[in-house]
Design a protein around this ligand. Sequence first.
Ligand code: PMV
Length: 321
Amino acid sequence: MTEVLSTASAPGKAILLGEHAVVYGKPAIAIPVSELRVEVVIESFKCPAGDIWIDSPVIRMYKCVNDLPYENPLRMAVDLTLNACGHPDIPGLMIRINSALPIGGGMGSGAAVSCALIRALSDFVCPNTFTLETINGLVFDVEKIHHGNPSGVDNTVITYEKPIFFRRGESLESIQVKQPVNLVLADTGINSATSSMVAGVRKRFDQDTVRYNQIFTEIENLVAKSREALEQGNTPLLAEAMNENHRLLQQIEVSSFALDRLVKTARNSGADAAKLIGAGGGGNMIALCNPDTEKVVCQALNNAGAVRVFAFTLNSNKDSE
Ligand code: PMV
């Protein structure tokens, strides 16, 4: 009989402002989407001791880890965890992965899978040894194979699961959100690889460095304004900054027809602001709403052909820390 040995989960994330510029050392604001999660269950499995199998219907994988290439992100997550645990003897294991996150949808699904897997496996193999910092570092190492030059924002917001002001190479600062913020995510249904979007921006940056640096500085100013807006509960200021950030993301050519259509739909149906999130090219956009407009905006996004629309609230954490 199989026995559940450990379980863990990790949230999705949305970058409220600052994606792409964050790769170039500018700050970004990212929030966890705790309602959409990756769940990992580790079970005993009848196979030779030390073998680890992966069963993940979302990516259609049912395989022994040893049969995956070394650079496969799941294998990397397993290998790095066992290594950090000092390679103790383990029985045959099955790792079951379920995810409510779209793959290639700008919601950090890769980092969330790594994070939940590293948590569940380390909880079983070397309980109570990994700190959040250890987990964050390992998820970041796996992220590097996903897209070469990650800023580290995805692994950080997902591991710590709180709203953050993040700048590459610096320790995270949590944001004290003063009042609840109503947000709606809508998925274009188009998958997009972060690595190629980031590489595309790099190429254009190299060709037009002065202009791109100007744009990234403008984004940096918007991020600073938005942090204040969140901390003061100033929705109009946040809305203005998010709309402006989308315009600048269009200028660096990471938006798309489908994203722009959903952004326009959200704004026209009453959202205070809307912008793409994450790498762009496809994936999700986010709309800033209020309790009165949220339903209408969701309906409009559904009618406009979004493959999934999801409303959630970024809760106030002003007094909880
Ligand atoms: O689309 P996602 O969830 O992989 O987010 C990527 C965010 C970028 O700023 C575009 C890249 C990065 O490393 O920060």
